[in-house]
Design a protein around this ligand. Structure first.
Ligand SMILES: Cc1cc2nc3c(=O)[nH]c(=O)nc-3n(C[C@H](O)[C@H](O)[C@H](O)COP(=O)(O)OP(=O)(O)OC[C@H]3O[C@@H](n4cnc5c(N)ncnc54)[C@H](O)[C@@H]3O)c2cc1C
Length: 492
């Protein structure tokens, strides 16, 4: 099979590369062909899970504010960003039948609130401009020759029948292309198809891969995923709270598979499927809003952020957990000691909080319903007036020696040592990747192999949450597609 431009990977970046290439080729007299090879049965699998199923597809900040959310190689992303700005992307989707709305923090979502509509718009637009999307087609090897590239692929087609078992057909296909765009994504969420194949292709052409590690991922506090015997048992005896009669939450069955053996083994990685301990289960399911979290690396303050924290089956997540995860993961992988300190009352001074606590304690003690109640029960009632009730046992387990006099300080300095992190199996993004030093930022072409382009998450390029990652993937994809197509036009 021949195609002028072949794109490996039908994710955000690959589909946008195809659209950029087709639009550019269609402007020329001779035109040209564009093919996307996607190994999954459908294109855009990862887009489907973005933004909790709503797809926060860009962030409409201007470059100076946007670039503060790019964690590596900001200057490298600049030409692509300016070639397809967030406003351009919003207009692109609108003109292709997908209006959007802008939410808190300049985040853009499709108005329909469905990530599937983003995939449909991309696939429809690409197809309308003549792009061929071949699904179920995994590229196994790539070879370069003076004429271009030869790709060996395995195409799997599954036919479903109503009354008999499905049939699977496996074919070996060769593709020939004069320009090749690698848009295979990173290592995160392997179930979506991104399993790092692009790094292998890149290395083969002499490209350097910067260390790969998960970012925007859950941090696991010490003891969260392994059992310890806490003071909580005592507290539970003193107070029969809501939930079940033991004060515990029913466990949900998880379907996340462990990572394949081919994945790099990272120091500090704790598989998401590892069960939550008793301590973890006391925290899991709780959200802390408008708190401050400071990350410490080897005892030194490394990052302070303000916002919300979610305690999940993975550990510390939510905007704050994710924001500090990049630095924390890197530090843990490099043998540093990592801890976080949560200030649950950042807007209140310590002395004011202390006064407030003592006043409330007086009220609790003087309440006629408190008569004869044990100290633990009354203390938990006091605590429940200051933090979410469901979090009280977990907080007490973490701060076993806290008293009325030290409570203010404990609430403003809830320290947790971090023993590890959830890995690529559930990380939002892969940090590290193909070194941008060896890629031309204005075209996305390899400096090592003419006609070869890299785009999207496979590059050493990662951002914060908030639509920044998809914008970077769309923009680099579009520029790579246009650049490859321009080269074809000039060669014709
Ligand atoms: C849960 C989750 C939520 C997220 N939410 C957001 C969000 O709301 N906003 C945001 O900006 N970012 C978000 N992200 C990040 C964002 O989705 C990714 O950065 C982006 O989708 C990466 O795009 P990509 O095209 O580079 O790679 P991918 O989307 O990973 O696409 C790569 C494609 O290549 C295919 N492929 C790989 N190898 C081969 C091969 N050998 N042959 C053929 N095909 C191959 C894969 O099957 C895959 O379809 C989220 C990520 C996750 C995991």
């Amino acid at each position: 099979m021949k195609s002028d431009i072949v794109i490996i990977g039908g994710g955000a970046s690959g589909l946008m590369a195809a659209i950029g290439a087709a639009l550019q080729l269609n402007q020329t007299e001779n035109g040209g062909t564009v093919t996307v090879l996607e190994k999954m049965p459908k294109a855009g699998r990862k887009i489907m899970v973005t933004g909790k199923g709503r797809c926060n597809f860009t962030n409409v900040k201007d470059w100076s504010a946007f670039s503060e959310h790019i964690r590596t190689n900001t200057n490298f992303v600049s030409p692509a960003f300016h070639n397809l700005t967030p406003e351009d992307l919003v207009a692109f989707f609108k003109s292709n039948g997908l209006p959007s709305e802008i939410e808190r923090g300049d985040r853009a979502y499709p108005k329909s609130r469905k990530s599937g509509d983003v995939v449909d718009a991309l696939v429809r637009t690409a197809t309308m401009h003549g792009v061929k999307i071949v699904t179920g087609c995994e590229v196994r090897s790539v070879e370069a020759s003076p004429k271009g590239f030869k790709l060996e692929c395995i195409k799997t087609t599954v036919k479903e029948f109503k009354f008999k078992p499905s049939e699977t057909k496996v074919e070996h296909l060769d593709y020939f292309a004069s320009k090749l765009i690698v848009a295979t994504g990173g290592l995160s969420y392997p179930g979506s198809g991104s399993t790092g194949d692009g790094y292998v292709f890149a290395e083969q052409f002499g490209h350097k891969i910067e260390t790969l590690f998960p970012s925007l991922t859950a941090l696991v506090p010490a003891g969260y995923k392994s059992d310890k015997s806490p003071l909580v048992e005592e507290m539970k005896m003193a107070f029969r709270g809501p939930r079940n009669k033991f004060g515990e939450r029913p466990r949900k069955e998880k379907t996340i598979k462990p990572l394949p053996d081919s994945y790099p083994k990272l120091k500090g990685h704790i598989e998401r499927v590892t069960p939550v301990s008793k301590f973890g289960s006391l925290l899991e399911g709780n959200t802390l809003e408008n708190v401050q979290m400071t990350l410490y690396i080897d005892g030194n303050e490394a990052q302070t952020e303000f916002g919300d924290i979610e305690f999940t089956d993975g550990g510390l997540e939510g905007p704050l957990g994710f924001m500090v995860s990049r630095k924390a993961v890197w530090a843990i992988m490099n043998d540093s000691k990592v801890s976080v300190v949560i200030d649950m009352k950042p807007a209140v001074e310590l002395s004011q909080l202390d006064d407030d606590i003592h006043n409330r304690w007086k009220e609790v003690q003087e309440d006629p319903r408190s008569a004869g109640a044990p100290f633990q029960k009354l203390f938990r009632i006091l605590l429940g007036k200051l933090i979410p009730w469901d979090l009280t046992l977990g907080f007490l387990d973490s701060n076993p020696n806290v008293s009325v006099d030290t409570l203010a300080s404990a609430l403003k300095n809830w320290k947790m040592d971090i023993e590890g992190f959830v890995g690529f199996e559930r990380a939002v993004v892969t940090a590290g990747g193909i070194s941008t030093d060896e890629i031309v930022a204005k075209t996305l072409e390899s400096k090592k192999q003419p006609g070869l382009y890299f785009t999207g998450e496979v590059l050493d390029m990662d951002c914060d949450t908030g639509g920044y990652n998809l914008q970077a993937c769309f923009a680099t994809g579009f520029l790579a597609g246009q650049s490859a197509a321009k080269e074809i036009s000039t060669q014709q």
